[in-house]
Design a protein around this ligand. Structure first.
Ligand code: NAP
Length: 292
C-alpha cells in the first residue's frame, strides 16, 4: 500500500448498481488500498439496505482485510422497503433503540465486528440529544463503534449533540461542490474551522451531473471548469475537486465513482493549486453574480 491518503474516502452508495462480483469488488478494494484510500463510507439504507451486505462478503471471504480498512456507516433513516414490512412511512428515527438496532445490523451485514465511525445520517426534527448520546455511549463502551459523527447537521444541531457527550464528534458529512454552496454560506465550514474538525464532503462532482448542460447555470460552471482545466492540462472534474481541496477547512472528499481509473485520476486534484482568481471565477459562475 502507498502512503494513506486521508483527503479521500470511497463512497459505497452506488455499490449495488455496479453489479460487481465479489472477486471484482475485491480487486477494486485492493486497487483503492494501492492508491492509499482505505476508508469506505456506507449507510444502512444504501441500495435499499443491500450495499453493506454486498461489501460484507469481502470480509467473510477474507477476515484479514478488516484491519486494512476503515468502515463508516450511518443510521437514522427508515425507508419504506420490502426488507422491512413494518416500515409504513419514510421517517427519521434517532431513538436509542433504533440507533442500536441499526448499528448492530450494519456490523452484521458488513461482517465487520465493529465500525470505525457511525454517523447520524440526517438531522431528525424529533432528535432527543440525551437519547442519541446514550446510544453512542453504549456503542462506544461495548467496542461496537470507535468514533461518532453526524451528517447534514447545522452547527447548532452539532453543538446540541456534542454538549451531551464526553468525547468529541469527529466529523459532519455534508454536501458540497462547485454547484452546491450551501455549507459555504450557512456557517458550517466556518464552524468546522473553528473547532478544527475536518468535514467530509459528499457528491463532490454533483453525483456525476457536473457536465449536465441543460440549464444556463450548469453550462456556465462547466465552461469555467473547462477553461481552468485547459490551463492546468487537466480535466473539469479534477478542477472541481481541487476547488474543494482549496478550502481551509481541509475537506475530506467522498468519491462515488465505481471506476478505479476515474478515482486514480481525481487524486491528481491534490497537485492543482487554484489561485483566488480561479476559485472565485468558479464561485461566481455558479451564483451568476459578482461577489459584493
Ligand atoms: N451523508 C449523506 O447524506 C450522503 C448523501 C449522498 C452520498 N453520500 C456519500 O457520498 C459518496 C459520494 O457521493 P456521489 O456518489 O454523489 O459522488 P460524486 O463523486 O459526486 O458522483 C459519483 C458519480 O459521478 C459519476 N461520474 C461521472 N463522471 C465522472 C468522473 N469523471 N469521475 C468520477 N465520477 C464520475 C460516477 O459514475 P461512474 O461510477 O460511472 O464513474 C458516479 O455515478 C456516496 O457514495 C456516499 O457514500 C452521503
Amino acid at each position: 500500500m502507498q502512503n494513506l491518503n486521508d483527503n479521500f474516502i470511497f463512497g459505497c452508495w452506488r455499490l449495488n448498481e455496479w453489479n460487481y462480483s465479489t472477486h471484482e469488488l475485491r480487486r477494486l478494494v485492493d486497487q483503492l488500498l494501492d492508491i492509499g484510500i482505505n476508508e469506505f463510507d456506507h449507510a444502512d439504507i444504501y441500495g435499499n439496505y443491500s450495499c453493506e451486505a454486498i461489501f460484507g462478503k469481502l470480509l467473510a471471504e477474507d477476515p484479514s482485510l478488516r484491519k486494512k480498512i476503515k468502515l463508516t456507516s450511518k443510521c437514522g433513516i427508515k425507508l419504506v422497503s420490502d426488507k422491512f414490512p413494518e416500515h409504513k412511512t419514510h421517517i427519521y428515527d434517532t431513538s436509542k433503540a433504533h440507533i442500536i438496532a441499526a448499528t448492530d445490523r450494519s456490523i452484521q451485514n458488513l461482517q465487520a465486528g465493529y465500525l470505525d465511525l457511525l454517523l447520524i445520517h440526517r438531522p431528525d426534527p424529533l432528535m432527543n440529544a440525551d437519547e442519541v448520546a446514550e446510544a453512542f455511549m453504549l456503542l462506544k463502551a461495548s467496542g461496537k463503534v470507535l468514533n461518532f459523527g453526524v451528517s447534514n447537521f447545522t452547527p447548532m444541531q452539532f453543538e446540541l449533540l456534542q454538549s451531551r457527550l464526553d468525547f468529541p464528534l469527529i466529523t459532519n458529512q455534508i454536501e458540497a461542490s462547485v454547484v452546491c454552496h450551501e455549507h459555504f454560506v450557512n456557517q458550517n465550514l466556518d464552524f468546522c474551522q473553528k473547532i478544527k474538525m475536518r468535514p467530509q464532503v459528499w457528491s463532490p462532482l454533483a453525483g456525476g451531473r457536473l457536465s449536465d448542460q441543460t440549464n444556463s447555470t450548469s453550462l456556465r460552471v462547466w465552461r469555467t471548469l473547462e477553461n481552468i482545466a485547459s490551463k492546468y492540462e487537466s480535466t473539469p472534474e479534477i478542477i472541481a475537486i481541487a476547488w474543494l481541496l482549496t478550502h481551509p477547512a481541509k475537506l475530506r472528499i467522498l468519491l462515488g465513482s465505481g471506476k478505479i481509473e476515474r478515482i486514480t485520476q481525481l487524486l491528481n486534484a491534490q497537485k492543482v493549486h487554484l489561485n483566488r482568481d480561479e476559485w472565485f471565477a468558479l464561485w461566481s459562475a455558479y451564483t451568476g453574480v459578482e461577489i459584493p
